[in-house]
Design a protein around this ligand. Structure first.
Ligand SMILES: [Zn+2]
Length: 310
């Protein structure tokens, strides 16, 4: 990769299920309204549900699966020197200083023989900022000398107001590790948060804070998913989630309840099932985002006088 002008900031897009060409990830309102996207290369229609489910089954989950939720990747390079700690600051490599860093991958060149190890305090914690102190350890063959290290950092902009990231990231990590039970609870929490955010866009102008609080404590995730969101979206002329997507998020909910109430699901979760419910979770999160944005753009039906909201 010599001669490449680092840093590079990019997204990793998934492959077309038919021709395997890379496609731009564009999960938009039209898709949720039922229009299947078409591959620009081979002309075949495809469904994002299948594309994302396959990513979870066989693909690079971390690279492509967070794309539709807004993640970006920066690839850059630095030189690690023997017995010299390196202070990496991703802000100097094009990552916004206030970005939330999801993960970092280091690939040292073989020549030089050094490997960067992240320094940590007494209690190691995942670091979500872009600064790292890296210690050079002698890893390859002597003699040891300056070693080029390529860094791949995944991050989300801080302007992403609501943060399902921590939960989705935990779910993806567990899925990749084959611990499918552990993926369920955080994924369900992330989708539920997105569902509530959407419902609040619909109902907030029409109810008092006190009544909204009561509503929040009474209504379940299932009520939102299976009754309220579809009804509100339909009334406002907005797309309704497909039965496939809703069905899979219901399965995610059931698994979550099994784990929360009994400590484990009724039967072991397979990789396919985990893939289906996580992919549906990510797409539902995306649905809530794009529908909420459109609903806010449209503005609501006339707001009743404030004294009517009691
Ligand atoms: Zn294609």
């Amino acid at each position: 990769m010599s001669g490449v002008p680092f840093p590079i900031t990019t997204t990793f897009d998934p492959a077309c299920p038919n021709c395997r060409n890379t496609m731009q990830t564009n999960v938009d309102l039209a898709y949720f309204a039922g229009a299947l996207p078409v591959c620009k290369n081979c002309g075949q229609a495809f469904d994002w549900v299948d594309v994302f489910t396959n990513l979870f089954i066989e693909g690079d989950v971390f690279y492509q699966a967070l794309g539709p939720a807004g993640a970006q990747w920066t690839i850059t390079r630095f030189t690690l020197r023997p017995r010299e700690n390196f202070h990496l600051d991703l802000a100097e490599h094009g990552v916004p200083a206030d970005a939330r860093v999801l993960f970092v991958n280091y690939s040292p060149a073989l020549s030089g023989g050094l490997f960067p190890i992240e320094w940590h305090g007494n209690t190691p914690q995942p670091q979500r900022h872009g600064k790292r102190i890296l210690l050079p350890i002698e890893f390859g063959q002597a003699p040891y000398g300056p070693t080029e290290v390529t860094v791949l950092a995944a991050w989300v902009p801080s302007r992403v107001e609501h943060e399902p990231w921590a939960e989705f990231l935990r779910a993806l990590e567990a899925h990749v590790a084959g611990d499918y039970d552990a993926a369920i609870v955080p994924a369900s929490a992330a989708v539920e948060t997105a569902a509530w955010r959407l419902v609040h866009v619909f109902v907030d102008p029409y109810a008092s804070k006190k009544n909204l609080k009561g509503f929040e404590s009474e209504a379940s995730f299932g009520d939102l998913l299976n009754v309220l969101i579809s009804a509100f979206a339909a009334v406002r002329g907005l797309p309704i989630m497909s039965d496939v997507l809703r069905g899979r998020v219901n399965r995610l909910r059931e698994l979550r309840n099994d784990i929360a109430h009994r400590g484990r699901p009724e039967r072991p979760i397979s990789k396919r099932e985990s893939s289906e419910v996580l992919a549906a979770g990510l797409l539902t999160h995306r649905y809530c985002d794009v529908v909420a944005a459109r609903a806010a753009d449209l503005g609501g039906p006339p707001t009743p006088a404030s004294d009517a909201i009691a």
